[in-house]
Design a protein around this ligand. Structure first.
Ligand code: NAD
Length: 479
């Protein structure tokens, strides 16, 4: 089925300038759409429109901003089939998973719509005699929001939901790899937001992305992407001292103590490690276990991985896992496994590459590597779990914390005291006990160390999209 033409929304109209680039379907390798790289000209027009729209949108009462966000969300859900089909084809995920992503995105928009009506600040009062202080939370201005390809609709909700709810206007740059649902989102946004409040600029990081980050009229940049991209965005944003909000890479440790329930671990990692083809910043990808339980864990994970049905989940029902997102990414993922076998005495106990067409890679479990091996140390962002060992509790925590990233972790034990103490010691923004992966709109999400700056979701995400202003009034009698 051909995909109808979708164009970027800029200043309330659809943009047709810029060199078109190809968008590939990962399950077939075919080109399914061509989308413009709007480049500097498109970004300039979008930022100018967002700047113009900021005055009215920022002074729109929260209840009316909430109403617009809720109506926008209802329309997304009324068109959920259209969104899910586009997402499934663009990213390669099974249709049911794409549908679930839409529901999750809708939940986030609805949360932010409600939460912006209950923002908190310290109580107004006299903190110095004769001076009354009050605090305002104000939107920051134009937010340049940059999204990745793993959950294009999901991550867009995390990026633009709090920004819009707080009264900012946005220029959203979806990734060039999977830009289609963001373009469809532009069609919905055009109906529910005044022109310029939501703008979508498609294109490459090196063209559209850098121009957006460097634009002097962009007051804040928020990015979900890789750690190297975060570094580059931070450098570019430094020129005009923009607010930066970064949700970056991860490499989640899974610490399995001897008293853990291994069946439950394997069942959970079916989705926590291999859901979305492992292309998840919190993917459970490095498993630490004692020598004593290593075989039990490896056998359970291998048997679970072998039971996952891989295929084109857009064309066929009952598929658990699709391909990885691109030919380039397939090569990237394969490289890690190949080098682990060649250089780090890794043993592939399940999985490996699957012949094309399409960029399929089977759920893979690698055993026998040391903690220092590349496959343990670097983010793969694919369906690969590596298992290694620890000596004791202190060694497990030290190894979990040894990497430069700290986004998420899980601890597996039936001893609640040990779990709580270990959870406090692991340096990560989310720590799950006897589970791995659940997030909630009300709870903060974000990274320690090089996994990012700031928190997504929760009231803290809205707060991150505001400036605080102290207004003080000195009483006549004091002068
Ligand atoms: P990426 O960093 O390659 O790209 C992310 C976005 O940044 C894209 O839109 C890209 O075009 C843009 N970009 C790239 N270079 C840029 C530059 N110099 N200036 C401005 N924009 C630029 O990431 P990806 O491959 O799309 O996604 C995978 C990465 O995202 C992984 O590292 C993953 O861990 C991370 N991620 C993090 C979270 C989180 O919440 N922490 C969530 C999902 C994904």
């Amino acid at each position: 089925m051909t995909i109808r033409e979708l164009r970027p929304l800029i200043g309330g109209s659809f943009w047709s300038k810029g060199n078109d680039f190809d968008v590939f379907e990962p399950a077939t390798g075919n080109v399914i759409a061509r989308v413009p790289d709007v480049g500097a000209e498109g970004v300039d027009a979008a930022v100018a429109a967002a700047k113009e729209a900021f005055g009215n949108w920022s002074s729109t009462p929260p209840k009316d901003r909430a109403a617009a966000l809720l109506a926008f969300t209802d329309e997304i859900m009324a068109r959920v089939d259209e969104f899910a089909e586009l997402e499934a084809r663009d990213v390669g995920k099974p249709l049911e998973k794409a549908r679930a992503e839409m529901a999750s995105a809708a939940d986030k928009y609805r949360f932010f719509a409600g939460a912006c009506r209950t923002m908190l600040v310290p109580a107004m009062g006299e903190y110095k005699p004769g001076i009354t202080s009050m605090v305002r939370r104000e939107p920051i201005g134009v937010v340049g929001a940059i999204a990745p390809w793993n959950y294009p609709m999901g991550m867009t909700a995390w990026r633009i939901g709090p920004a819009l709810a707080a009264g900012n206007t946005v220029v959203l740059k979806p990734t060039q790899v999977t830009p289609l649902t963001a373009l469809l989102l532009g069609e919905v946004a055009q109906k529910f937001f005044p022109p310029g409040v939501v703008n979508i600029v498609t294109g490459f990081g090196s063209t559209t992305g850098t121009h957006l980050v460097r634009h002097p009229d962009v007051a804040m940049v928020s990015l979900t992407g890789g750690t190297d991209t975060g570094r580059s965005v931070m450098r570019d944003a430094a020129e005009s001292i923009k607010v930066v909000h970064l949700e970056l890479g991860g490499k989640a440790p899974v610490i399995v103590f001897d008293d853990a329930n291994i069946d439950r671990l394997a069942t959970t990692l079916r989705s926590a490690a291999f859901g979305n083809s492992g292309q998840d910043c919190t993917a459970a990808c490095r498993v630490y276990v004692s020598k004593k339980r290593e075989k039990d864990v490896v056998d359970a994970l291998a048997s679970m991985a072998n039971g996952i049905k891989v295929g084109n989940g857009y064309a066929e029902r009952g598929i658990d896992m699709g391909p990885v997102v691109s030919a380039k990414h397939h090569e990237f993922v394969s490289g890690f496994v190949d080098r682990a076998v060649k250089n780090a005495s890794g043993r592939v106990v399940a999985g490996g590459p699957i012949a094309g067409p399409g960029y399929f890679y089977a759920p893979t479990v690698v055993d026998g590597v040391e903690h220092g091996a590349e496959i343990i140390q670097k983010e793969i962002f694919g369906p690969v779990v590596a298992v290694t060992t620890f000596e004791d509790e202190a060694d497990a925590i030290a190894k979990a914390n040894d990497l430069e990233v700290g986004l998420a972790a899980s601890i597996w034990t039936s001893d609640i005291e040990r779990a709580i103490v270990a959870a406090g010691r692991v340096k990560a923004g989310s720590v799950w006990i006897n589970d791995h992966g659940p997030t909630a709109a009300e709870m903060p999400f974000g990274g320690y160390k090089q996994s990012g700056i700031g928190r997504d979701l929760s009231i803290y995400a809205i707060e991150a999209h505001t400036e605080l202003k102290h207004i003080a009034i000195t009483h006549r009698e004091r002068i």
